[in-house]
Design a protein around this ligand. Structure first.
Ligand code: ADP
Ligand code: MG
Length: 326
């Protein structure tokens, strides 16, 4: 059945908001929102294009969850609490079955974060999904890329390399057993935005970033913004058994972990005086993270990220991971 734009919006995207801060959401000309007192609004947008950021054949609920989760990951990296999001949806056609599954997938991932859909835009064209997330942090408490200082310890949350390994399996470049395939597919389509981790480290970390382009590339953003060098001990990198199985050898596993994109973990730096507190949180299970390196004095412009493995410098000659086709 053919649906017009307004029917699509009303039927699939108009839901009662969960946040009391939403005075008016989907359906009027604008959303009307109250920013919590003495907090700063933190905003980020991500666009996913079919054939570039996900295979055109991907399931609608997987596209929705990936679009939402990758956007929310940026709020995690700032130590922000999610509040609302808007959705820009460009569709080749109005397919009610596709829309139903897309909307279900979207609300399923957004509801646990109490993040309300408050507006958007719906247009016709090549399949493209844009999510803009809005969150809040107490004034002056956002975690920036620019705060790392010499002597800080570098940590990453959970595991690295699963996104790149998943892609290798999804594209048929590697084979693993069905359980590992399921695990990797979940990691790829349902990356868990590290919101809880971002909140837990907000008052302890000096800088943070979410890893979307690969550990070394993203740490480089911290190095440049903070004017420091960063050293990573590759032997300490947390790599899942499924990622190791996909890689087949240690070097490829390290390449997935260091260069692979799409992990959406947080890398963050912690000043010496706060490391013991982080370690207590790790021991208590309040945070899942691993120390992987340290922040050093910048030796020469531009600031550098150096990666060592068993005392040798680890250099990756092969080109960095690239999204699907360009
Ligand atoms: P206008 O023409 O005033 O821009 P629209 O027809 O684009 O209004 O949108 C009508 C209402 O529906 C607005 O509140 C808008 O935010 C909302 N909306 C449109 N598309 C979406 C979408 N994909 N998801 C959520 N809300 C949407
Ligand atoms: Mg509009």
């Amino acid at each position: 059945m053919a649906l017009n734009e307004f029917e699509i919006i009303r039927r699939y995207f108009q839901r009662p908001p969960q946040q009391p801060s939403v005075a008016c959401a989907v359906g009027d000309d604008c959303a009307v929102l109250s920013v919590p007192a003495e907090q700063q609004l933190v905003v980020s947008m991500d666009t996913l294009v079919a054939g570039r950021h996900f295979p055109s054949t991907a399931a609608p609920d997987e596209i929705a969850s990936r679009a939402f989760c990758t956007a929310l990951s940026d709020l995690a990296a700032m130590g922000a609490e999610p509040l609302w999001f808007t959705l820009g949806l460009t569709l080749p056609q109005a397919d009610s079955d596709w829309l139903q599954r897309f909307a279900e997938g979207l609300f399923a991932v957004a509801s646990p974060y109490n993040c309300d859909l408050v507006g958007g835009d719906t247009t016709r064209g090549p399949l493209t999904v844009t999510v803009q997330v809005h969150g809040a942090v107490p004034e002056g408490c956002a975690l920036m890329r620019s705060g790392a200082t010499v002597g800080d310890t570098v940590f990453v949350t959970e595991t690295l390399g699963d996104g790149a390994a998943a892609l290798a399996v999804l594209l048929g470049d590697a084979t693993v057993d069905p359980q590992q395939r399921d695990y990797l597919q979940r990691r790829f389509y349902r990356p868990q935005p590290q919101i809880a981790a971002g909140l837990a480290i907000r008052n302890l970390a000096s800088s943070a970033i979410d890893i979307s382009d690969g550990l070394l590339a993203d740490l480089n953003h911290i190095a440049v913004a903070s004017q420091v060098d960063i050293e990573v001990d590759a032997g300490t990198l947390p790599i899942s058994p499924a990622c190791r199985a996909t890689a087949g050898n240690e070097r490829q596993a390290l390449a997935y972990a260091c260069q692979g994109g799409d992990d959406y973990q947080l890398a963050f730096t912690v000043p010496l005086q706060n490391v013991a507190m982080i370690e207590r949180m790790l021991a208590a299970g309040a945070l899942s993270a691993t120390a992987i390196g340290s922040v050093q004095t910048c030796r020469a412009e531009p600031p550098q990220v150096r990666c060592y493995h068993q005392g040798e410098t680890l250099a990756f000659n092969e080109p960095g991971y690239q999204h699907f086709v360009t």
